[in-house]
Every structure is written in C-alpha cells, then in structure tokens.
Ligand binder design. Sequence first.
Ligand code: AHR
Length: 306
Amino acid sequence: AGCAGGDAGPGAGGDDDIVVGFAQVGAESGWRTANTKSIQGAFEEAGIELKFSDAQQKQENQIKAIRSYIQQQVDVIAFSPVVESGWDTVLKEAKDAGIPVVLTDRAVDSKDDSLYVSFLGSDFIEEGKKAGEWVVQEFADADSVKIVQLEGTTGAAPANDRAEGFADVIGADPKFEIVASQTGDFTRSGGKQVMEALLKSNPDVDLVYAHNDDMGLGAIEAIEAAGLVPGQDIKIVTVDAVKDGMQALADGKINFIVECSPLLGEQLVDIVRKVVAGEEVEKRIVTEETTFTQEQAVEALPDRQY
Ligand code: AHR
C-alpha cells in the first residue's frame, strides 16, 4: 500500500505492494460463489493482496466494510453494491481519503459519477430484454400468456433492470400479463417459497420469469411438488447460466437462459493495476454475454467453468 490515489510513479514498487479491499454482496447464489472464486483467484494469481468481506446481503455491512478499508488506507476499493441507492456518503468518504473505487457487477444510482473510477459488469436491462424477446417468440401463437416474475433482491440493480428490460419488450403486446411479481432475494429457497405461494393463487400460470437461475431452480421444486411438469406445463426463463441452471436447461426443466457472466476477476485486476499506475480506465466496461437454448446447453455443459 502507500500509493493510494493512483499517483504511483516509476520505481514505486510492483503488484506485491498493492492492497485492494473488496466488499462482496454475500453468497446468495451459484453466480455469487463463482464471482467470489473468480475475484479471489485472479488476485492471488496476480500476487496482489486482497482484503475480502461478505456483507450477507446487507447494505449496512457493506458500508462498514468500505469504511474499514478506508481506515486501513488500501490502494483501491472494489465492491458490488447490494442495492442501488444510498451510497453517496460512504463513497464521498473514500474520495476524500484519495482511495479510488471500482464498482463490479452492480451499479449505484448516484448522480455524481466522480465517486467511482469505473463500473465493470453486465448490462442488466439488455438481459431482461433478451428474456422478453425469447418469450415473445416462444408464445407467438398464444392468445394470452400469464406470467409470474420472481424478482431479485428488492432495490438491487439486476432486479430493477431485469424487470425493466423484460417489461419493455413484452409490454408491446397486451396478451402478456404479469399476474404476480415478488422477490425471492436471488436465492433458491426464496424462489421455492414464493413459487409455492404464487401457484396457489395462480394455478394456471404459463411462464415463470426468474431474475436468476437459483430462484428458477427453487421454482422447479415448487412446480414439481404441485404435480406439474416444469418446462412443459409451466415454461421457465432465467438469467445467469451457472452449471446447475444449465443442467436444468439441458434436462428440459428450464426453457431458456440469458447468460450473466460472473468471471470478472481478471478484468478487475487489470483495472486495479491501471488505476494504481495512474493510467486512464474506461468508465463503463460491459461484460460480453450470450443466451442458451436447451440444445445449446447440452453442448456447452461439458466445458462450463462455473
Ligand atoms: O448481480 C448479479 C446477480 O446477483 C446474479 O444474477 C444473481 O444470481 C446474483 O445473486
């Protein structure tokens, strides 16, 4: 440490001098576990010290972790915000301390974009649109489509944006109706619980749109417990494409998955190196992603990394 603010000049020491503080959301999903592994692995490989904290999906824990990184005068703080709003005060504290902040995976809704140097992650609105486009195609011949939406963590960027992108696309045709929309907090148990309850009030639902694979996998359990066949009686579209999701897709229980890549570690190391060296970094780096049908999942599964 000791070269905070990106003013390390020539001879200021190599990567083994850099200290990074990372405030993770939690361990709510397979995606998150893969993301943590990618980040810890990349920093270890780079020989850069990484201080890591798990906020257990609570914003106050993340704020505490960030304040402790400021106190420890780390060189760079990176974090994936649990929710979008309420970050200005603590980000201002980091800025005043001369510590650059990198947002990974999720955005903040701050109006002052000088509070962070870069945002690396997916375009969640685009992901929601891709899910919606598949639904429009899949149900092209249907007269009416009843949809249950399993939302991610309330107030989280991927929950807000995936709902928005999806609604933008299906909203063009009134035959699509979201009959219920509730949060499952991005967890498998949350998805199962919500789906169990929603099936009781909406037994004739045609489609589940889950904001991540884990909630979709929970919904599958609830659908099967109700004596219905997931993927057939009720179609399912999810986001992420983690191994368990891809397996369910290959098995015909999920119908379509929009990819959201958790492999952000190497790119984050790159950004950190540049920031510490005082080089320019791009303000927004969008992750490259694809989509998977059932056939494509069968092909992709053997080489899937996470
Ligand atoms: O922010 C990314 C989202 O968070 C993933 O889609 C979800 O699985 C995770 O919990």
